[in-house]
Design a protein around this ligand. Structure first.
Ligand SMILES: O=C(O)C(=O)C[C@H](CCCc1ccccc1)C(=O)O
Ligand SMILES: [Zn+2]
Length: 324
């Protein structure tokens, strides 16, 4: 294994891969600590160990319980021959003829998924279930969901003028699975239910150092930089990237502010991971922007300009980005 470094979580400590960039620790603050509220209000990441957002899931959900109770709905499952599960948008594949899908995807029943994780190990194929929870779930799961700490998370949504709850995503990954660094256009309260995940975050200001694919590309919102083998010729500013990192364990909630880059790793040799993400639409844009513009607004403006250029040219090969 390449150079490693140690990260702790309470009494546990984990050996993880060391990357080329420096990182600072993301603060862990009680939900009763005013500084925790301040960080969320200011769009800064924070780990909240005591909010018990998904207590019912934390004490009951494991693969067997979910298998017996989650119902006969379909669950989007990704398959990768490497550790990386680099997300791509199927609808944008026609824009880049040479695009090679970095992973396969298939909708499975939960039973089929369980068989895959057992069989997958032998065939050297990794899988990752990522599915928004919907009305197909069984009644025990419905009552578990009702038992989530909706008072707290809805108070956060209101206090911080987040938009409506867009998705509750169930994530079940195998040990060692990696979701490469990307950003989302939603506010996210990430609740860890089972197992341990390493998060590496970068603020939107680091946009120039992380070289996202163009907006028309299937891997829009994902970085072009391979953290395991960064091409400093192609991506020289990546040398300036400095991140924040933490380990989340069962019961922890990580607030991932909108447009913050994040890479997520299920800790190797620590078993599978179960997570639930609460994705909220972002705050409404301000009536009139205040100057200097903050990084979030700049990213939103740049994305709109890129989309306008791509639509006007209607030929991805001609698109050049003056703003990069
Ligand atoms: O909660 C988040 O935002 C994460 O990135 C968590 C990540 C899986 C997300 C997969 C995904 C990436 C892009 C678009 C849609 C779905 C993990 O935990 O591995
Ligand atoms: Zn994400």
């Amino acid at each position: 294994m390449s150079q490693t470094t140690r990260l702790t979580h309470g009494k546990k400590s984990f050996e993880v891969k060391k990357y080329t960039f420096a990182t600072k620790v993301i603060p862990r603050l009680s939900c009763h600590n005013p500084e925790c509220e301040e960080r969320i209000a200011n769009g800064l990441p924070v780990v909240i160990p005591d909010v018990d957002l998904v207590a019912s899931a934390r004490h009951k959900w494991n693969i067997d319980y979910l298998h017996d109770n989650i119902g006969d709905g379909k669950f989007m499952t990704f398959f990768s021959s490497s550790k990386k599960f680099k997300f791509y948008d199927d609808k944008k594949c026609p824009n880049v003829k040479s695009f090679k899908k970095p992973m396969e995807q298939e909708e499975l029943t939960f039973d089929e998924f369980v068989q895959k994780i057992n069989k997958g190990k032998s065939k050297g194929q990794r899988c990752y279930l990522q599915q928004a929870l919907n009305e197909t779930v069984g009644e025990n799961i419905v009552s578990d969901l009702e038992g989530f700490n909706w008072n707290w998370v809805t108070a956060q949504q209101e206090k911080n003028s987040f938009g409506p709850l867009r998705d509750l995503m169930l994530l079940i990954g195998q040990e060692g699975n990696i979701t490469p660094v990307h950003y989302d256009e939603q506010e996210n309260f990430f609740a860890q239910v089972y197992g341990y995940k390493r998060f590496i975050l970068f603020p939107p200001e680091e946009f120039p150092n992380l070289y996202p694919h163009p907006t028309y590309h299937p891997c829009d919102r994902q970085s072009q930089v391979d953290f395991d083998n960064p091409d400093f010729e192609k991506f020289p500013k990546f040398r300036n990237a400095t991140g924040f990192e933490t380990i989340v364990g069962p019961g922890d909630v990580l607030y991932i502010p909108i447009l913050w880059w994040h890479q997520v790793e299920s800790i190797p040799n620590e078993g599978h991971t179960i997570s639930v993400t609460f994705w909220y639409k972002g705050r409404p844009p301000p009536e009139k922007p205040t100057y200097p513009l903050n990084a979030q607004i700049k990213v939103a403006i740049m994305r709109n300009i890129e989309k306008t250029i791509a639509e006007a040219l209607n030929n991805p090969d001609e698109v050049r980005y003056p703003l990069r």
